[in-house]
Design a protein. Structure first.
Length: 648
């Protein structure tokens, strides 16, 4: 069980969609010019020859973020002045709402010729200055001519080098007249360093990102294939360093990555002689395809049905697997290690077939070190029922308003509560961070949550309660207290309940039509109890960002100050969405007060959670994952639920 003091967990990601919020710099990667018949040439970067010389422009440029592929920044036209793109249009001189969609511009994941979507704006023209990068964003605009700005990763130019249409066009028709017409991007290009450049950091060939936006990431990019981290050179013995390791210092034959393109780890011919690929009782393979050291090895080579070392024998038929005790099957009896708690001689029924379970639950200090059964670290290492329950966040941080403490933390090397930072204004105990970032006391941030006493304004942003109720953020649909049912397509609406509510298993869909909104908010004044899994179906052909299913939950206290709690029942195994509770988020256990619970299941949360207090009572015990795992999925940022734009 993990109990937190007054605090919050926010499974968020360290990235800002507004990488260049005002004027861009000379480091911005979009170069060249765009042309419109009515206003002539527009410079996309102050490094272009003869760009704004002389002129009042100063430093400016347009950028496409290599991680998010968001487009923002400023261009300059001698006749009309500043032209902003994406989130940069939020500055006071340019602010406004585009004719359709969210204020953003982006490039889709690169796969051949890739279109851009979203908006730019001629700032001096007000709402008549909006520039559409793709007719698919503008209802009814795709017709006789399907204009769009296109990017060719092979040439890094914003025009396809393929048969017609050759063009790469945006459009300004404005709301009151003919506008500037088509805007030609065919003279613009991306100026990016090769994939292996240290410009992107020391791990540019192993960071999971297509840094140069040419459609090839990491070792798939020719610029990386010859680097040391993209080779698979085996170790010959335990602890010996190979000629190469990956960016995290792991053996390139034991990191879950297809480093040289010929297979993952032992599946690569280059790794057949690697120490980790020898079929032996203790050798395992990784459970994933990333190189992070906190993804534990879970598959035993002697039980995976594969001839890992290529000697013509599989699993128990391999002499190296003699003594393997399973699972899934045992090759031969494996004696317990001498001098440890699990080495007791439990030879009488019913203990004999139970192995370490019996030794670690016989109420005897078998090795005489003063620690009995599960209190002994040797039992914790081999007996799953002795592993404490622990909290795990993926791709996010843990924040606490005051102190934060846990009765247990991950036991095995390479396991952490969170990948990035643990931050608390008070002390921190029992929590670990993969990156080593732990800030407490005077170094920790002072985090305040939105709550009624502060007009729902906090460090993380503001929740516009009055606006949510009045329909300012979306149509309000009032539902009665008690059991509630939500539509599969949330429709951009606010579902409002005054009183306690119960939400059973729910599947939420993406929109399929141009007018469909996949976001929605469940707003409760009282308590919310979740009794079944809440999931996204993934159905529908996603064409617009507003189609993306994105579920938000805000639970606040009622008019007399009661409630504000989210209770997750013990049978719930998965919930999705952004959850905010003014008071407590509680995850219940199936076996209150019991050390071992055969019916306990883990909980996976895909989204983010924020609350005044957390009570995470789930007692699921595993060496490979937390009892509660919170993974940020980005939907609250990509398509924020109504009323959650600021805090998301």
């Amino acid at each position: 069980m993990i109990f937190f003091g007054v605090g919050m967990i926010l499974a968020s990601v360290q990235y800002s969609a507004i990488k260049h919020p005002v004027h861009a710099t000379t480091a911005d990667n979009v170069m060249g010019w765009i042309w419109a018949d009515s206003i002539g040439w527009t410079s996309l970067n102050d490094q272009n020859p003869s760009a704004c010389t002389p002129g009042p422009c100063g430093s400016y440029g347009v950028n496409i973020d290599t991680v998010t592929r968001n487009m923002n920044g400023f261009a300059w036209n001698d006749g009309t002045g500043w032209i902003c793109f994406g989130n940069s249009c939020s500055v006071s001189a340019c602010v406004g709402t585009p004719p359709a969609g969210v204020l953003e511009a982006h490039m889709n994941p690169i796969s051949g010729i890739t279109p851009l979507y979203g908006w730019g704006k001629v700032c001096s023209k007000g709402d008549a200055g909006w520039i559409s990068l793709n007719c698919a964003d503008y209802p009814g605009a795709c017709g006789a001519y399907n204009y769009r700005v296109q990017y060719n990763p092979a040439t890094k130019k914003f025009t396809p080098n393929v048969p017609p249409p050759y063009d790469s066009l945006a459009w300004n028709g404005n709301l009151s007249g003919p506008g500037f017409g088509y805007i030609d991007f065919s003279h613009a290009y991306l100026n990016s360093a090769p994939e292996n450049s240290t410009t992107y950091g020391p791990s540019s060939c192993k960071d999971g990102t297509d840094n140069d936006l040419n459609g090839l990431a990491d070792c798939q990019d020719p610029a990386c294939t010859g680097t040391v981290v993209c080779q698979q050179i085996p170790q010959t013995s335990a602890g010996s360093l190979p000629v190469s390791t990956d960016a995290w210092g792991n053996d390139t034959c034991f990191n879950g990555i297809n480093d040289n393109g010929t297979g993952v780890d032992c599946a690569s011919p280059a790794c057949k002689t690697d120490y980790h690929c020898v079929e032996a009782p203790g050798n395992t393979t990784f459970n994933g395809t990333t190189g992070y050291t906190n993804i534990p090895p879970v598959t035993q080579l002697c039980g995976n049905g594969i001839d890992d070392n290529g000697n013509g024998t599989v699993d128990c038929a391999d002499p190296g697997c003699a003594g393997f005790a399973g699972p899934p099957v045992a090759c031969a009896p494996l004696p317990p290690p001498a001098g440890s708690e699990p080495s007791c001689t439990a030879t009488t029924a019913p203990f004999a077939p139970l192995g370490s379970y019996a030794c670690c639950h016989n109420a005897i200090d078998d090795d005489g070190n003063g620690l009995v059964d599960c209190a002994d670290p040797t039992c914790q290492a081999v007996e799953p029922t002795c592993v404490p329950a622990w909290l795990q966040t993926n791709f996010g941080n843990v924040y606490a308003q005051e102190g934060i403490a846990a009765s247990s933390s991950p036991l095995l090397a390479g396991q952490f509560n969170t990948r990035y930072c643990v931050t608390a204004h008070g002390s921190i105990t029992g929590f670990t961070s993969e990156s080593g970032c732990i800030e407490s006391g005077s170094r920790g941030q002072t985090i305040t949550l939105p709550k009624s006493s502060g007009s729902y304004q906090g460090t993380l942003g503001k929740i516009d309660i009055a606006g949510i109720k009045s329909g300012r953020h979306g149509q309000v649909v009032e539902l009665p207290a008690g059991p509630i049912a939500l539509p599969s397509l949330l429709g951009g609406k606010v579902y409002y309940i005054q009183g306690n509510a119960t939400l059973s298993a729910t599947i939420l869909d993406n929109g399929t039509l141009q007018t469909d909104h996949g976001d929605g908010l469940l707003f409760v004044e009282g308590n919310l109890t979740i009794t079944g899994d809440i999931t996204y179906s993934g159905s529908g052909s996603l064409k617009f960002l507003r189609n993306l299913a994105s579920f938000g939950v805000i639970v606040i206290k009622n008019s007399v100050g009661a409630g504000g709690n989210i209770i997750i029942k013990s049978n719930v195994q998965k919930i999705v969405g952004a959850y905010y509770a003014e008071n407590i988020i509680q995850d219940q256990t199936a076996c209150p007060g019991q050390i071992v619970c055969a019916t306990e299941v883990p909980l996976d949360v895909y989204g983010l959670m924020a609350a005044h207090q957390f009570k995470l009572d789930r007692n699921y015990r595993s060496t490979t994952r937390g009892a509660e795992v919170i993974s940020f999925d980005g939907r609250a940022v990509s398509n924020p639920p109504p009323g959650m734009v600021d805090i998301a």
